[in-house]
Design a protein around this ligand. Sequence first.
Ligand code: GTP
Ligand code: SPV
Ligand code: MN
Length: 586
Amino acid sequence: MTNNKHLLAWIEEMKALVNPKEVVWIDGSEEQLDALRRQAVEDGEIIKLNQEKLPGCYLHRTAINDVARVEHRTFICTERQEDAGPTNNWMSPDEAYAKLRKIFNGSMKDRTMYIIPYSMGPIGSPFSKIGIELTDSIYVVLNMAIMTRMGKAVLEVLGDSNDFVRGLHSKCELDEENRYICHFPEDNAIWSCNSGYGGNVLLGKKCFALRIASYLGRKEGWMAEHMLILGIENPQGEIKYIAAAFPSACGKTNLAMLIPPEIYKKKGYKVWCVGDDIAWMRVGKDGRLWACNPENGFFGVAPGTNEKSNPNALASTRKNTIFTNVVHNLDDNTVWWEGLDKNPPKNALNWKGEKWDPDSGEKGAHPNSRFTAPAKNCPCISSEFDNPEGVPISAIVFGGRRAKTAPLVYQSFDWQHGVFVGSIMASETTAAATGQVGVVRRDPMAMLPFCGYNMGDYFTHWLEMGQVLGDKAPKIFHVNWFRTDEEGRFIWPGFGENLRVLEWIINRCEGKSDAVETPIGYLPKAESINIEGIDISPDTVSQLLEVDKGLWTQEVEDIKEFYEKIGSTLPQELKDELQALIKRLN
Ligand code: GTP
Ligand code: SPV
Ligand code: MN
């Protein structure tokens, strides 16, 4: 399919290492993908679902020890440890290659190696980037076919160039003890072994579009961020775009596709989804910040997705979708998950493939079960989705999952303070990564697991982008949909109602709404959040907007500790911002 010498030489080298029984180039054609689907069904790797109810849909189950990203086994392998920084696991490239060569050695001996040429961003756009993934998993091929633009056309654009990310993946034995996700930013390479789970193996996603791309972005003067992108169309037909960074399983997909509350719909408000997980952002010719979604599909959290919470996501999964680790309804050969509806199937298998009794009290779907759905399926997909220029960003929003401390929304005083607000983000951990769930941890800009270089240098890059953008920089905000009451219930209704908060954000960008200055930033007056049509009292809104000085004083102690961990690369500007916050709190 290609005469590219660099590509062919690399493939020969990898073949010599993994020793595949066969090699297949993925051309991206429907015929080839369909043949692979048939084969995967035959091999039991995927299950064909009810084609009347769910045309083109399949179910896959991962190994039970392989259900989420493995942050403790994810490495940034740079020559110098300080280039990976204090928040990443580090191995020297020599050590990592040596260790992984042993694991990859002969790993495809009885398997086919698939060669997937893919493009992050529209094929051929000057801002898109090309990757080649070698894998022994048909599941990976089928997911990459949804999540990226891929196939022959990508090789045509690549031509003779050496500028592509070299990705090597093998399931090997799915052995947890030998599972490694290694990134070599200095070589444009990613090696992943012993996993078959999404974020560990769909190398275009977190590995390339965030870890490698963030490294490239710093070198080349742009940004790769863990952000959704959405457009809000007002009744006059003007669309304003927002990019928002929330940690994994903290509401990006939901916010990106929200359905406006009834009173907003009636007035003519619409929301358009540009992306739900990753944003590549650069300064446009007009000096503003423009954002593109490099992906082509959604790898979304299934539990909690329903007709009420996220009808657009649900609609996106009704055809040509791969479900992973959800419940299999044996009566009608469809799927189910917790929070889909109140009628769990009686005759069903759980995510492990075991007979499951919905009354047993055990969950049927894994909390990190997912759907892989084409972006084009989404009823509110933006008309700018394929626009290589992207969309101009008016506001950047950071957010986390905090039971206390963080108010519903606040605005930073300026860009530098906004970078500070992003850098001190914290959130309760979720099932998207292995490890404990519900523990508050610092997750700057929702990039803790995804920044491909030194976090202190990353903060500096953010500050420098602000210098370039000057007064055209987006305004920066922080939100928290997850404050709870004494009984642990969420106070804010969330989901579609979040538009009420976004409205204040847009108004602030346009200088249309006033605010109260507090030690942490500008907050809305309680009456500035529109609560018409929801069952929530003005008192509750005030409660959601409370800035508790005691809690924030505790927060400062934790931030100090985190900043100490960042160490010498922490920019002076952020140290100054912390001191200024302490002063305002006293
Ligand atoms: P990743 O794909 O892991 O990056 O996650 P994400 O940030 O896209 O999170 P997603 O939108 O899938 O939401 C994760 C979980 O949070 C789901 O169970 C949602 O139902 C829940 N959730 C999302 N938005 C809200 C909200 O506004 N309020 C509440 N209470 N829950 C929400
Ligand atoms: C996340 O965990 O942030 C995801 C899913 O979006 S994964 O692709 O596994 O990273
Ligand atoms: Mn994510």
